[in-house]
Ligand binder design. Sequence first.
Ligand code: NAD
Length: 729
Amino acid sequence: MTDFTMTTDADGVATITWDVKQKSMNVMSTEAFALVSTLVDQALADPAVKGIILTSGKKDFAGGMDLNVIAQMKLGGAQAVFDGVMQIHVMLRKIERAGMDLKTLKGGKPVVAALPGTALGIGLELPLACHRIIAADNPKAKIGLPEIMVGIFPGAGGTTRLVRKLGAMAAAPFLLEGKLSSPKEAKAAGLIDEVVVPEDLLKRAKEWVLAATPAELVKPWDDKGYKMPGGAPYHPAGFMTFVGASAMINAKTQGVYPAAKALLAAVYEGALVPFDVALRIEARQFTSVLMNPSSSAMIRSLFINKEALDKGANRPAVPDQSVKKLGVIGAGMMGAGIAYVAANAGIEVVLIDNSQEAADRGRAHSEGILDKGIKRGKVTVEKKAEVLGRIHATTDYAALAGVDLIVEAVFEDPKIKAEVTAKVEAVVGPDCIYATNTSTLPITGLAAASKRPEQFIGIHFFSPVDKMNLVEIIRGKATGDRAVAKALDFVRQIRKTPIVVNDARFFYANRCIIPYINEGIRMVAEGVEPALVENAAKLVGMPLGPLQLVDETSIDLGVRIAKATKAAMGADYPDEAVDHVLFWMADQGRLGRKANAGFYAHDAKGERLGLWEGLELKYPHDKLQPSLSDVQHRLLFAQVLEAVRALEEGVLTDIREGDVGAILGWGFAPWSGGPFSWLDMIGAAKAVEICRGLTAQFGPRFHAPALLRDMAEKGQSFYGRFGGAKAAA
Ligand code: NAD
């Protein structure tokens, strides 16, 4: 184990350098923590050492704790987690006290953290225990505590130290939202103490160590008369903060994220007691969050599996297919967005539409995004010029010569798409891969218009393209491995997360979203109060209720999809009850957000007001309303059973893609880790039992798929049976 090494110079300054071999970014493991603890002990005990610099051998300081280690930690049970966390506290406290006499607060050795770049999670909690944090002025560096994003919270003293350093109010964005800052922003916020030019980092750290006075080594909370900035909970100002924070957290999380609640409890309770007791409270709350199945499911889906998919977990073994020049056909809402994300990632783009005006409008979409970025200080004028310079907007198909990937995003009409395919193939080279961004038309059918169906594939983006991070790649019957590799390499270049699915009606994401929306609308038709439907969805962690979601995506689109589905399914079509409401809404001109009128009322500026009262006149509310959990079961099972069927039918071949895709694609209850993780949490047997009840009451759409029944009989879980890797569907 050489993750940390120590050298001492002639002036008695010890430098402990963090450098994890074979990794581009330092991450903390249990063994590494023990090692740095031993090195600190040695330095503190060595009379020749005057002080310690803690730094990194890499361009960054650290990315945080190895989340695989966190996932492992809970295997030993709650007591083991708690004991492990307390050991970390003891070690960090040792750095903070640095050998000083606890009565006189004298005799300690200065310890300074020198951060060359990014410092996240434990990579900031460790520095927070030091006496001073100096960062290099590296504009690429990100400093912060992002733990909350994966369902945990800073549990190595970061919560307790930051609240005591900044006050609860000022610490809130860093702890509750996982806000990351540049070194300069971190200094301005009081997260770190000093920013220096990169070349001076170690020189300045040493200078500080040699000049530090005993008083500079005493943390405010270890000094007499310490008062929490902004006030502790029983201080009038502090009282206001905590009341507000509690309401804010509940509004944001609807109470479904255990980490947010536990974090607030650790902050509130910790603020009432001495520092060392607060650390114990933080450790207990952290343990309870780690033992909650939600945190491991979130870590598994949002970190471990997402990263595996980002790296191309299911990429065929084909040489690099990075895109050099992209052709986008159709400069509407989707095509313009795709052109922007590609150009922003350094790819040359030819953007084609029927008229020069439409093509230019598509290019102007990028200009709009970049201008907003400039206003917020995130984009420079040079960067804007560079990105726009890569987008060539034209009507001339000849400009496509030399492109190696096409993404077609014209109207959702098979005839127009077929014409475009023929026109494009007449001008591009024989190796060019052709992708369609269709959201509903089967890829295999569209590939019939291609001379090279093995080079024809679906790359399905979500709207708005620049914000939505999921891309669904669809293999048609004839699609070859090189086309899949090309699509995956393109998605990697634009830094989004891919899932690869097989060709079937609505692919994966829309297949699950549509039943969710339909179940909500069906309840309206039955006389369930729309507010109950919407709130039930939000209280189970869906970002949008089904009625708001259909307003956002537009009701006429819903009508078009319903008509096409009915035409394809004939007598088997199951959603007449839904169409009754949907078609009526469309007839009333209530087409959703774009018409400023849908299931929700909107004001003239488009601001959403509340549920539309006219709906009740047409669909009166039943006197007897269902329970919250009945409504939630209907909304969740409508989605998860479709996910299971997609797996059963081989549309999905990897449950990791099913889970990650659901969270990133349509916001499926992120606290659950995704539909398969959620089913594992409740257990297959329980799920089948709920399905039985729902089927008896509401019909066969809730019939448990054979796969789920088989798993219930065998006592299996999805991650147990399919191992979290490629499933033999
Ligand atoms: P849109 O109507 O905004 O844009 C379509 C563009 O294609 C228009 O600018 C039109 O002028 C252009 N066009 C039409 N025929 C053309 C031709 N022969 N040659 C060149 N350009 C032509 O539509 P959109 O919402 O961007 O959708 C485009 C595709 O993306 C559709 O297949 C749609 O199903 C799919 N999609 C849409 C969404 C969404 O949320 N809107 C999401 C995923 C996929």
